[in-house]
Design a protein around this ligand. Structure first.
Ligand SMILES: [Zn+2]
Length: 282
């Protein structure tokens, strides 16, 4: 009887082990926050709202930093409240593509930001494009100060010179650096992260992270030391990016899997949860 009991226990233990490893194999893919999503509509969106939500679902994207040009797309997304999707809306300072070249000296963009802000749900301003000394404009300074006063993030697509000017306008600025400088040397990125505690790097189009599917040593080191300072993004600025959406996140997942679970989880979603103060749906 005792022996039988022993065998029984063994069998149960073996069954539990099988169950446990089965559960591990079937673990859902890491949930990811897309911190650079545009749902542009000029005059109409290429993908419907249902279609983009479907694209997010199949990629296990359960949160997005949402912007659109014009902001109508973000309004629609906020009104729709798609189930299982956390939306962090940012004010895009553009009505049409041409505004990218002129917004920083255009007083009507200030009015646009003020009008949008009245909606009460925005968490930031951007993505905006700014290069070099254009960042010195009085309007840019006014927008940076406004963001700091209202606890808004800035999502800036900029070179290093403009980045330093933005922080010079107001050192309390909290800036999500779109593309993390594209090609700024990783050692310099690390230095900037140390100098500016309000800086977070967003990694769409960022070069040098992996080569042949393998994380490069410089970026492994950067992610090991500063995993709390990065976000992932799709940057769906043109339709082609919607077509390659699955491939973009497949590539992210490939190198995330080469990091320990904790830093990988931070970059995938926990950093966004910490920055924007909410929990991503599972
Ligand atoms: Zn963009």
């Amino acid at each position: 009887m005792r022996m039988f009991h022993g065998i029984g226990r063994l069998a149960i233990a073996a069954a539990m082990l099988t169950l446990a490893s089965g559960a591990q194999a079937q673990q859902p893919p890491l949930k990811i926050f897309d911190a650079h999503m545009h749902w542009n509509q000029e005059p109409n969106p290429f993908y419907s709202l249902d279609k983009i939500v479907e694209v997010f679902r199949r990629n296990n994207i359960t949160g997005v930093l949402a912007t659109s040009r014009p902001n109508k797309g973000t309004h629609q997304l906020m009104d729709a409240k798609p189930e299982g999707l956390w939306i962090v809306p940012f004010i895009r300072p553009y009505r049409v593509r041409a505004d990218i070249q002129t917004w920083f000296d255009d007083p009507s963009i200030w009015d646009l930001i003020q009008d949008e802000y009245k909606r009460g749900y925005y968490r930031g301003i951007g993505e905006f494009h700014i290069y070099g000394k254009s960042a010195l404009s009085a309007l840019v300074k006014r927008i940076v100060d406004f963001a700091v006063e209202r606890d808004l993030y800035l999502h800036a697509h900029c070179d290093e010179e403009a980045l330093l000017i933005l922080f010079g306008h107001n050192p309390k600025a909290r800036i999500i650096w779109a593309h993390t400088g594209f090609s700024t040397p990783p050692a310099r990125v690390a230095e900037l992260l140390r100098i500016y505690p309000g800086l977070t790097g967003e990694l769409s189009y960022r070069g040098g992270i992996s080569a042949g599917g393998q994380l490069t040593p410089e970026w492994r080191e950067l992610f090991t030391r500063h995993s709390e300072r990065f976000l992932l993004g799709s940057d769906t600025w043109i339709n082609e990016r919607w077509f390659s959406y699955d491939a973009i996140f497949k590539e992210y997942r490939t190198w995330l899997a080469q990091l320990p679970p904790e830093p990988a989880g931070r970059i995938a979603h926990s950093n966004a949860e910490r920055l924007f103060g909410d929990k991503m749906p599972n």
